[in-house]
Write a protein that binds this ligand. Structure first.
Ligand SMILES: Nc1ncnc2c1ncn2[C@@H]1O[C@H](COP(=O)(O)OP(=O)(O)OP(=O)(O)O)[C@@H](O)[C@H]1O
Ligand SMILES: [Mg+2]
Length: 248
């Protein structure tokens, strides 16, 4: 059984950054990791520094065109598995599966069901599955994986940020997503976060972590460099290492 970590939060709070650092840290420790980019505007590959081979959206289009006309001797599930495997991008010690666009008009229920089952089966082979979500929560209901061991909710270091994070937690609970632990990550903090103590306490998370604002991450982003170029002893990278050790 794999352990599923999902990363959620409002727009621009650092979901993809934190997902990438979790993926890099877990894979560096010798774990077999599947990175899932669930944001239709795929960009996890840029932060990880791998070339995108394809997307599940692309596979869906391919199948919908060819499903009644498959090459001889190949079954539908076999064809789907082959196409998904072709769309996986390979990093140093992890695989990246990008979900890509949602379906366009037309009925894709049957294909989506096949895709979901195949992705679920494939994900089982990995020790860790890390899912970088698009902003908001609604799409978590269309999630690729059944249960989430840890939902990391990313917030900026403001009262409003923590309130938004709390709303996302409530939404996940209302949607009856099976989450083992809710961990709040306050990202890009420059100062102590005492001013947030009351909100944090009321929100009832299973853990709260503070990730500092990191000039090295800013620099890498400005240059369009992957986060593999950020030094191991940079403050945010070191903090994510701690988080991985604590929650792995
Ligand atoms: N700890 C940090 N220190 C410095 N900069 C950071 C940190 N975390 C994130 N950033 C910067 O914040 C910006 C947004 O980060 P990121 O793309 O990871 O957010 P996101 O939540 O995935 O955004 P979106 O909602 O668009 O997917 C980027 O410029 C990134 O470099
Ligand atoms: Mg993102």
């Amino acid at each position: 059984m794999s352990k599923i970590f999902a990363v959620a939060g409002k727009g621009g709070v650092g979901k993809t950054t934190i997902s990438s650092l979790l993926i890099l840290s877990l894979s560096k420790r010798g774990n077999v990791v599947l990175a899932v980019d669930a944001d239709p505007n795929t960009n996890l590959e840029e932060k990880l520094g791998v070339d995108l081979e394809g997307t599940i959206g692309g596979v869906r289009e391919d199948i919908s065109k060819n499903i009644d006309n498959l090459p001889g001797g190949i079954s539908k599930p076999e064809y789907i598995k082959m196409k998904i495997q072709e769309s996986i991008s390979e990093g140093d010690s992890y695989d990246l599966l990008s979900m890509g666009r949602q379906e366009g008009p037309g009925c894709y229920c049957y294909i989506n069901q096949l895709l979901r089952t195949t992705v679920d089966n494939m994900a089982d082979k990995y020790r860790y599955v890390i899912i970088d979500n698009e902003a908001g929560m609604e799409h978590l209901s269309r999630r690729t994986c059944k249960d989430i061991d840890i939902l990391f909710i990313i917030a900026d270091p403001t009262v409003t940020g923590v309130r938004t994070g709390t709303r996302i937690k409530k939404l996940a609970q209302e949607m009856e997503i099976n989450v083992g632990k809710f961990i709040l990550i306050i990202n890009r903090s420059k100062d102590p976060v005492d001013h947030l103590n009351k909100q944090i306490e009321e929100a009832g998370f299973d853990g709260v972590e503070i990730v500092p604002d990191d000039p090295e991450i800013r620099k890498a982003t400005e240059r369009g460099d992957p986060l593999t170029t950020v030094p191991e002893n940079s403050p945010a990278k070191k903090k994510i290492e701690n988080i991985v050790v604590k929650y792995k």
